[in-house]
Write a protein that binds this ligand. Structure first.
Ligand code: AMP
Length: 352
C-alpha cells in the first residue's frame, strides 16, 4: 500500500517497500534514522525516547505494532490498549514541539535537527508473511532466540516473551535499517537482550537506552497502567518503593545480596500483610514475581555486587484483579478484572 495521508506531518506506512524507498532516499542524502519501536498506547516514556532519537538523528521512525508473538497464550493480547487516534495526535504535537525547539537551527553538517518522518504501522500479514504469528512454545515459524538471557527474570514466567520481542525487533531493524534504535530502561531485560542480539548478529544499528519516565510519585509509566484503577494504582507503588530501599542500601555502601535486598523484601511482605488484613472491598493483593540483583551482562543472580561492575536491580509484581468493587469506584480499563504485571528496575552504576 502506498504511504497514507499527507494530512500528517509524517508519512504512515503499512507496508515494507514504500518505507524502504524513503529509507534509501534518506541514506543517499546523508540523513540519519533513529527507530523507536513501540506497541502504541503512547505515553511520556515513549515520547521521551522519540525526543532523544530526534536529538541524535535527522529522521525518526516510530513503529506502532502490537506484536502477537510476544504475548503468551493466556496473556492480554486481545485487551491490550489500542489508541491509534490519540497516538497520532501525540506524535503530531511532538513534531510541533520539535520544530519549535529546533527553529531554524541546523547541525554542524547543515542538516535540520530531527523530527518524526515516518510511522510504521504494519499489519500482521506484513510482519509475518509466511506463517501466522503463534505464541505457542513449540510454534513453527522464523524466530530469533537469545538464550540463556531470555529465560531469566521475566522469561521465567513468560517463556515466549523475549523470543517474540527479539523476532519483531529483528524484522523492524531489517525493514528500517536504522542508524540507531531506542529502547527504554523501564524494560531493562529487553535492553540487555536487544544489545546482545545486535552484537551477535552483527547488526549495524547502535542500540541506545533512554531513562525510565515516571509518574510524580515514582511509578514507572506503562501502557498497562490504565488497567490499574485507583486502588491497585496506590498499592502497585510498593514495587518502586521496595526497589528504592535496595538502591539506598547500595548507595550507602552495601554489596552483599542480603544487605541490599533485605529491606526491599521486607517492604513487599509488610505491605502485602497489611492488604491481606483489610476487607476485600478495600484492598488490592499482589504476588511478587521476583526481586532480582543481577549481573548487568549475563543477568545471573549475584550474591555479592562487584562495585567495579555494578548490577541490575529489578523486580516484578502481579497485581490481582479487584475482588469486590464498590459502586462508582474507578477500577481502570477492564473494570478491575485484568491482572496487571508491573515491572521496574534500577541500574547500580559501577562505583569507582
Ligand atoms: P512498549 O510500547 O511498551 O513496547 O514500549 C516501547 C518502548 O518504550 C520500549 O523500548 C520500552 O522500554 C519504552 N518504554 C515503555 N515505558 C517506558 C517508560 N516509562 N520510560 C521509558 N521508556 C519506556
Amino acid at each position: 500500500m502506498a504511504p497514507q495521508s499527507l494530512r500528517h506531518s509524517f508519512e504512515v506506512f503499512r507496508d515494507v517497500a514504500p518505507l524502504r524507498n524513503l529509507r534509501r532516499q534518506l541514506l543517499l542524502t546523508n540523513r540519519t534514522v533513529g527507530l523507536v519501536p513501540t506497541m502504541g498506547a503512547l505515553h511520556e516514556g515513549h515520547l521521551s525516547l522519540i525526543r532523544q532519537a530526534a536529538a541524535e538523528n535527522t529522521d525518526v521512525f516510530v513503529s506502532i505494532y502490537v506484536n502477537p508473538t510476544q504475548f503468551g497464550v493466556s496473556e492480554d493480547l486481545e485487551s491490550y490498549p489500542r489508541t491509534w487516534d490519540s497516538d497520532v495526535e501525540k506524535l503530531e504535537k511532538l513534531n510541533d514541539e520539535l520544530s519549535r525547539l529546533n527553529g531554524n537551527k541546523t547541525d554542524p553538517k547543515g542538516q535540520a535537527p530531527g523530527r518524526i518522518t515516518a510511522i510504521l504501522a504494519p499489519t500482521s500479514k506484513v510482519m509475518y508473511p509466511t506463517l501466522p504469528p503463534s505464541s505457542e512454545i513449540d510454534a513453527d515459524g522464523s524466530f530469533v532466540t537469545i538464550t540463556p538471557l531470555a529465560r531469566k527474570l521475566e522469561g521465567a514466567s513468560r517463556p515466549v516473551f523475549f523470543r517474540g520481542v527479539a523476532t519483531v525487533c529483528m524484522k523492524l531493524f531489517n525493514i528500517a535499517t536504522p542508524d540507531r534504535a531506542y529502547f527504554g530502561q523501564k524494560d531493562v531485560q529487553q535492553t540487555v537482550i536487544i544489545k546482545r542480539m545486535a552484537k551477535d548478529f552483527h547488526l549495524g544499528t547502535d542500540i541506545r537506552i533512554g531513562p525510565t519516565a515516571r509518574e510524580s510519585d515514582g511509578l514507572a509509566m506503562s501502557s498497562r497502567n490504565v488497567y490499574l484503577g485507583t486502588r491497585r494504582r496506590a498499592v502497585g507503588l510498593v514495587l518502586y518503593n521496595a526497589l528504592k530501599e535496595a538502591e539506598k542500601a547500595y548507595e550507602s555502601g552495601a554489596v552483599k545480596r542480603a544487605d541490599i535486598l533485605g529491606a526491599a523484601n521486607n517492604l513487599t511482605q509488610q505491605v502485602l500483610s497489611e492488604q491481606q488484613a483489610m476487607q476485600p472491598s478495600e484492598r488490592a493483593l499482589y504476588e511478587v514475581g521476583y526481586i532480582s540483583l543481577a549481573d548487568p551482562d549475563t543477568l545471573d543472580e549475584l550474591d555479592v555486587v562487584d562495585p567495579s561492575k555494578g548490577a541490575i536491580l529489578s523486580g516484578a509484581i502481579k497485581v490481582a484483579p479487584v475482588e469486590d468493587t464498590k459502586p462508582g469506584e474507578d477500577c481502570g480499563l477492564g473494570d478491575g478484572k485484568v491482572p496487571v504485571r508491573l515491572i521496574d528496575n534500577f541500574i547500580f552504576k559501577p562505583r569507582v
